[in-house]
Write a protein that binds this ligand. Structure first.
Ligand SMILES: [Ca+2]
Ligand SMILES: [Ca+2]
Length: 116
């Protein structure tokens, strides 16, 4: 099941909540909507696998997925591969985290989620 984004979700404090086990779906457009933010919480420390896939539109090397801590500081970042996939896998303590998707290139659809 894909959870549709709710705009505006362009900065940290507008992030859409991503419940465990769900996938997210959104659209990034250039130049109108370059940022989509999602938020999730961990009740205990665990390995988290966050992935995103550009499923339509063009892929650009300067697009990225950034995993951030509850204060918005960068934990890990990935630019897409040539198939439009972003992925970060990290071990995290309990807490609140943010996923920032940034697209500075042509518009695209994006779907993604996290696995733990
Ligand atoms: Ca969007
Ligand atoms: Ca947005």
């Amino acid at each position: 099941m894909n959870l549709d984004e709710v705009e505006p979700n362009d900065v940290l404090n507008q992030a859409n909540f991503l419940p465990a086990g769900l996938h997210a779906k959104g659209i990034l457009t250039h130049p109108g909507d370059k940022n989509d933010w999602w938020k999730f919480t961990l009740s205990q420390s665990s390995e988290v696998d966050v992935w995103w896939h550009i499923t339509g539109g063009e892929i650009a090397s300067y697009d990225y997925l950034c995993l951030r801590d509850g204060a918005g500081n960068e934990i890990a970042k990935d630019s897409s591969d040539d198939q439009g996939y972003f992925q970060v896998t990290v071990y995290l303590p309990a807490g609140t985290y943010y996923i920032q998707l940034y697209k500075d290139g042509p518009s695209g659809f994006a779907v993604g989620g996290r696995i733990r």
